[in-house]
Structures are given as structure tokens and as C-alpha cells.
Design a protein around this ligand. Structure first.
Ligand SMILES: Nc1ccn([C@@H]2O[C@H](COP(=O)(O)OP(=O)(O)OP(=O)(O)O)[C@@H](O)[C@H]2O)c(=O)n1
Ligand SMILES: C[C@](O)(CO)[C@H](O)COP(=O)(O)O
Length: 243
């Protein structure tokens, strides 16, 4: 099946993190959030979206379990492969992108999404697809609401940043596939440049001359990171009547 405008669109959904900051026995992507595992919500959103196929990246010991207990159990038809991730988020992304390269048909566009962001909406998915088509590279983001200061090493305020220029970056982050694959290949070839990489836009900014467009995300599209985020996510789901 082909997505809108004849372009093939894929998503790489990341679920290979250990979720250390959640301090739970089970990795946070498998914790139950209103009776479904956290990862279910992202897979469900992509299942209903114009995306043609999904690569799910999990811990290397978890691929079989996830295939059986998440993908098959809930009938996610768009999940083409479950592949093992790596030690850092960028290693996991790299493996997801490589899984797409090995297929009969490379996608034109790829969305990279944190499986730890269960509140992803179909509108935000659509906006990032459209912006990737227009600009080649984009990230979902929301304007910062608080005042942001830079502290010195002793935790005294040094400067206050101009808030009108500050955005909080979310996922999906969407790109022309060839652009982001090339950027990741270059990054993997140069360990010195891997320091401090926390998102995919940074890889494109660091390794290419392409500009990354910021498109409006959603304040509800939080990443569940620490325990209180589970309560917030459940409240947002109630609000949206998702479950
Ligand atoms: N080696 C890694 C690290 C992270 N991720 C994924 O990238 C997203 C980023 O979220 P983050 O909160 O950083 O996840 P963790 O690394 O699991 O969290 P922590 O840093 O608390 O251990 C998550 O969906 C996570 O599963 C991944 O696929 N592979
Ligand atoms: C990609 C990301 O979600 C953008 O906010 C984020 O950088 C990933 O989270 P991490 O905790 O830094 O791995």
C-alpha cells in the first residue's frame, strides 16, 4: 500500500530504553497505562495514520516476547519488523533505519517516534508528514511556557534565555529517508561526533547542511520519564477518552 501523494512513509517506533528514571521493575514502555501497555498507544496511533509500515525497536532480549504479546496480541498489521536496539537512543534509531534499508522498497519519508510518548495524536503525525514532505526534515515541538535560565556550576543563575525563541522538542521527528539515513551513517562512522546526541534533528543538524523545521506538536504529547508522568498521561487519556 502507498501513502498519500504516492510517497511511501514508514515509522520507526523506539522501545529499547531501560526506563531507569521511571524506577519500575518493568521497562516503562510495558507498564500498564489505563489497561494497555504504554507502547500500545503509539502503535495504535500509527496503525490509524497514513503511515504505510512500522519498524518497532526493542531491547535485544525482548523481540520475540514483544512480537507475541504486543504485535500479535493486539493485531498491529502495520508492524513489519521487530528489531533489537542498542545501548543509546541513536543506536536504536540507526538499527530501525537499517531495517528499512534492507526491505524491497525503501520508504520516501520516515517518522521517528519515542514509544514512551503515548499521547501522540493523528493530527501531529499528519503535520510532521506534511512538513517532512515540504522541508525534508522536521520535528514536533511546543513553545516553552516557563522562564528558562542557564545556571553556573554552583547552581546560581547566570543568564535568562529569550523565551520567544525557545521550543521543547518532541517526537515524531520526520525526514526524507535518504537524508536521515545518510546523516546516521556518517554519525556512526565518527564516534567523536556522537557525544551529546539526544534527538534525530541533532544528527541532521550536525552531519548535514539541511535545516530542520519545527512544527507545532501538542502539550499533551509528553514523554513518560519519571513516575508522576504516568498519572499525568492517564489524566490526558481520560480527557481524550482514549480508553
Ligand atoms: N538505547 C535506547 C534508549 C532509549 N530508547 C527509546 O527512546 C525513547 C527515549 O526516551 P527516554 O525517556 O530517554 O527512555 P529511556 O532511555 O528508556 O529512559 P531512561 O533514560 O530513564 O533510562 C524511549 O521510547 C526509549 O525506549 C531506545 O529505543 N533505545
Ligand atoms: C527525542 C526526545 O524525545 C526529544 O525531546 C528526547 O531528546 C529523548 O529523550 P532522552 O531522555 O534525552 O533520551
Amino acid at each position: 500500500m502507498m501513502g498519500e501523494k504516492g510517497e511511501r512513509t514508514a515509522a520507526v517506533v523506539l522501545a529499547a530504553g531501560q526506563g531507569k528514571r521511571m524506577q519500575s521493575g518493568v521497562a516503562k514502555q510495558y507498564l500498564l497505562l489505563k489497561e494497555r501497555p504504554v507502547i500500545w498507544y503509539s502503535l495504535e496511533a500509527f496503525e490509524k495514520s497514513p503511515v504505510d509500515e512500522v519498524i518497532l525497536v526493542t531491547g535485544k532480549e525482548e523481540t520475540d516476547w514483544v512480537r507475541e504479546h504486543i504485535v500479535d496480541r493486539y493485531g498491529f498489521k502495520k508492524v513489519r519488523a521487530v528489531v533489537a536496539g542498542g545501548a543509546e537512543r541513536y543506536h536504536s534509531v540507526c538499527r530501525g533505519l537499517s531495517a528499512l534499508d534492507g526491505q524491497d522498497q525503501r520508504p520516501d519519508l520516515v517518522l521517528i517516534h519515542d514509544g514512551a510518548r503515548p499521547l501522540i495524536s493523528e493530527e501531529v503525525i499528519r503535520r510532521t508528514i506534511e512538513a517532512a514532505r515540504e522541508y525534508g526534515a522536521c520535528v514536533a515541538a511546543v513553545p516553552v511556557k516557563d522562564t528558562v535560565k542557564v545556571a553556573d556550576g554552583d547552581q546560581f543563575a547566570e543568564t535568562t534565555l529569550d523565551r520567544s525563541l525557545l521550543w521543547q522538542i518532541q517526537t515524531p521527528q520526520a525526514f526524507r529517508y535518504g537524508l536521515v539515513k545518510g546523516a546516521y551513517d556518517s554519525l556512526m562512522a565518527d564516534p567523536a561526533l556522537q557525544k551529546g546526541i539526544t534527538d534525530d534533528a541533532m544528527v541532521v543538524e550536525r552531519m548535514t547542511n539541511e535545516k530542520v523545521k519545527l512544527v507545532m506538536g501538542d502539550y499533551r504529547n509528553i514523554k513518560v520519564t519519571t513516575p508522576e508522568d504516568m498519572t499525568v498521561a492517564a489524566a490526558f487519556l481520560d480527557d481524550l477518552k482514549k480508553m
